[in-house]
Design a protein around this ligand. Structure first.
Ligand SMILES: [Zn+2]
Length: 249
C-alpha cells in the first residue's frame, strides 16, 4: 500500500509497519496468540458491561504483558461502562502509567510517520414512542459512549482530514455492520470516511458478525472489522521512484 496524499513524508520513519489490531475481545484476550508487531490497536469492547469496572485492571495487566509492540493504542466501546467518559485526562494517565498504552478519545496520535485518530462513540439505540424514549437492541444495557444522532454527526465531523488510520468502535453504516436487528453502523461516519477524511485504514468492530477486510468501489480506504480475534496487517510504504527503478531493471 502506498502512502497517500494525507501522509506527511517528513515524519515518515519506516518503510514497513506491522499493525496488529483486535476489538470486541470481551475478556477473551488470554485466548489470543498475539503476533509480533509495531503498533497494537484495540478498537473497543475489551470488557463486558456487567463487570466492566473490575474487568479493566485485568485488561491492563494483559496490555502490560504485551512487550512486543513499540506503540499500543486503545479506544473504548459501548461495553466499557467502567470508564468515565467525562474524565478523558484521567483515563489517558491511567493507561499510560499502568501499561504504556495511548488511550484515544477523539484524539490524534502520530507515531512511526502515521496519524492515528481514535473515537469510541456509537449511535444511541433508542426508539421515540410518543413522549417515552426506549433503548432498543439486544445490548440495551451496554450503552457506554453512546450519543444521539445529531451529536454523533458533530463528533465524526471533527475527525481531522490528516488521519491516516482511523480507529472507531462503531462501523460505518453498511460496511461490515450487520447484526440481528439490522445495520448498526453510523451513516454520519460513512459520509465522513468516504467523502472527506479518506484514511488509508478504517479499523473498527462492534458488529461481531461483520468481521472481515473490505474494499468499497470508488473509495481508497481499506475497511477492517476486527471483531473477536486479532488481525495482522503489514503496511509497506513505497514511493514512486522505487517503483520506477524496479520497472527500469
Ligand atoms: Zn460494541
Amino acid at each position: 500500500m502506498s502512502m497517500d496524499k494525507h501522509a506527511n513524508p517528513k515524519t515518515t520513519t519506516k518503510t514497513a509497519i506491522r499493525i496488529v489490531t483486535v476489538s470486541d475481545s470481551h475478556m477473551n484476550h488470554n485466548k489470543f496468540d498475539m503476533p509480533e508487531g509495531d503498533i497494537l490497536i484495540i478498537a473497543g469492547d475489551w470488557t463486558n458491561w456487567r463487570t466492566s469496572r473490575t474487568d479493566i485492571p485485568k485488561v491492563v495487566e494483559w496490555l502490560k504483558s504485551l512487550s512486543q509492540y513499540r506503540h499500543k493504542v486503545i479506544i473504548a466501546g459501548n461495553h466499557e461502562r467502567g470508564l468515565n467518559e467525562n474524565d478523558v485526562e484521567k483515563n489517558k494517565k491511567y493507561f499510560m502509567e499502568s501499561c504504556n498504552t495511548h488511550y484515544l478519545q477523539d484524539e490524534m496520535l502520530s507515531v512511526l510517520g502515521v496519524n492515528i485518530y481514535g473515537s469510541p462513540w456509537h449511535p444511541q439505540r433508542e426508539r421515540n414512542e410518543g413522549n417515552k424514549i426506549t433503548k432498543i437492541g439486544c445490548l440495551f444495557s451496554a450503552h457506554a459512549f453512546d450519543r444521539p444522532l445529531d451529536e454523533i454527526k458533530k463528533i465524526f465531523e471533527s475527525i481531522p482530514s490528516e488521519t491516516n488510520i482511523l480507529v472507531t468502535h462503531s462501523p460505518p453504516f453498511g460496511i461490515g455492520d450487520l447484526e440481528r436487528p439490522g445495520h448498526i453502523g453510523s451513516s454520519a461516519l460513512l459520509t465522513e470516511v468516504t467523502q472527506r477524511v479518506r484514511p488509508f485504514l478504517h479499523i473498527y468492530g462492534h458488529s461481531h458478525g461483520g468481521r472481515g477486510i473490505r474494499m468499497v468501489d470508488g473509495c481508497s480506504t481499506v475497511f477492517i472489522n476486527t471483531a473477536c480475534s486479532p488481525t495482522m496487517l503489514d503496511l509497506l510504504f513505497q514511493n514512486e521512484s522505487d517503483v520506477e527503478q524496479k520497472e527500469a531493471n
